[in-house]
Design a protein around this ligand. Sequence first.
Ligand code: NDP
Ligand code: BG6
Length: 487
Amino acid sequence: MVARIVPVDPFDLVVFGATGDLARRKLIPALYHRMHDGQMPEGARIVGVARAKMDRDAFRRMAAEALDEFGGEVARDTEIRDRFLRTIDYVPLDVTSHEGWDALKAALPDGEGRVRAFYLSVAPRFFGDIAQGVHEAGLTDAHSRIVIEKPLGHDLASARELNGVFAGHFEEHQIFRIDHYLGKETVQNLMALRFANALFEPLWNGRHIDHVQITVAEKVGVEGRGPYYDGIGAMRDMVQNHLLQLLCLVAMEPPSHFEPDAVRDEKLKVLRALAPLTDPDALVRGQYANGPGCPSYLDDAERGASNTETFIALKAEVANWRWSGVPFYLRTGKRMKSRVSEVAVVFKCAPHSIFPAASGRAAQNVLSLRLQPDEAIKLGMTIKEPGPGGMRLAPAILDMTFADKLGASNMRMPDAYERLVMDVIRGDQTLFMRGDEVEAAWAWVDAITARVDDEPPALYEPGSAGPDDALMLMHRDGRRWRELVQQ
Ligand code: NDP
Ligand code: BG6
């Protein structure tokens, strides 16, 4: 199957922070791939902005290096690469200054009627200056969009303040708050699986589901991101956004339409239904220690001491009719055994076994949606072991990935940013967070961080599954975490 490409109308994309890590690793390669796949229209203009004094050619060389490093094999197509680089311009500008905005305006002549997106790939302290700067420079109109990267604040109060800053210059339908997890293929498949099939919905509740596990485990540590990460930690960096968004997609009611506000209304209801997490046994915080050849978090972050957690495991409760009694176990951590991100829906055991003990035990059915490192959807079943020898029960995995059947196994899976940047241009906010969602997530997180921020996290070995207490969190409930399978 060939991916269906719907070209977008010519647009202007201004990337503030165009020389930074995110722009080089994700945005420039994502835009290149969209051109390579035929989605970028003739006449699209991409303008990079940062303080560094350089001309357009020097920036194009920098973009070419980013493609070499992060663009993969398809970035070697010289014809498309040249065309892509010709699309790019650069304007040196300190966004905190009043100077230089005219040069940006001059780089974008005849923009009337065009979609113009401002991508804020800079530290949040610059968001207000940029929102005001583009407005005062006369660069905005009804077709403008502003794209904001996480962190969207560090607590409820700062998130409200940020939302206020943007609301002063843009309508909510012009504000695109990125959570790149929502652009991942399997995350969208979760919605297709739930809402395009009648099969699972009758079972999707506390009568049939025992519990849900959401894991985002990383092998990497914080490396050079210590200054950002220290004082933020896994709760604010990962749980408040990525993991809660995944939880919302599992737990939400079917929206009436696959349309931005219908989807976001349902996610918001889930966030507001989260019960306050007050049981100290329902939360485990960890920090990676040093291990063979592995610096500790304190070394990575260049801190003498810190209570910042690099691992968190918790038991959340969605207090509504559908999910009453179904725990949602969330865990995320850095420097863990392997890179695994998945959502696992664990169904209840069959109510009664008709088979003799000698047949073996039927395992619980598990629907697992793997986001990383490979995308996969699998259903764990119990079957009869083939062949003679009586009724012997055996576990079997029903692979529902379907990539082979759809002929998509050789297809390059687009990075989340490719999908999300093009959604911005199309003006489709379905996969972006609304301001009230972000605030509701912070309200739940704030109550937890206020209680535990000052407590020292338990140390765990790099390359492990986190602190032992995390295992206990499940064991106490008679359950266990799914294996972090080494890749
Ligand atoms: P970097 O520090 O690598 O880049 C920051 C960019 O901002 C540089 O291009 C810098 O260029 C520019 N900049 C700094 N000050 C100014 C200024 N006064 N005027 C104009 N430009 C300025 O950050 P990242 O790329 O890592 O992150 C950018 C944003 O994205 C942050 O909010 C981050 O939290 C978020 N994010 C990043 C992720 C990542 O993987 N890197 C993942 C998710 C979110 P110069 O110094 O030349 O001005
Ligand atoms: C970012 C976090 O939002 O997501 C990082 O700030 C984390 O700390 C990253 O490493 C993980 O994203 P992915 O797509 O690699 O799972």
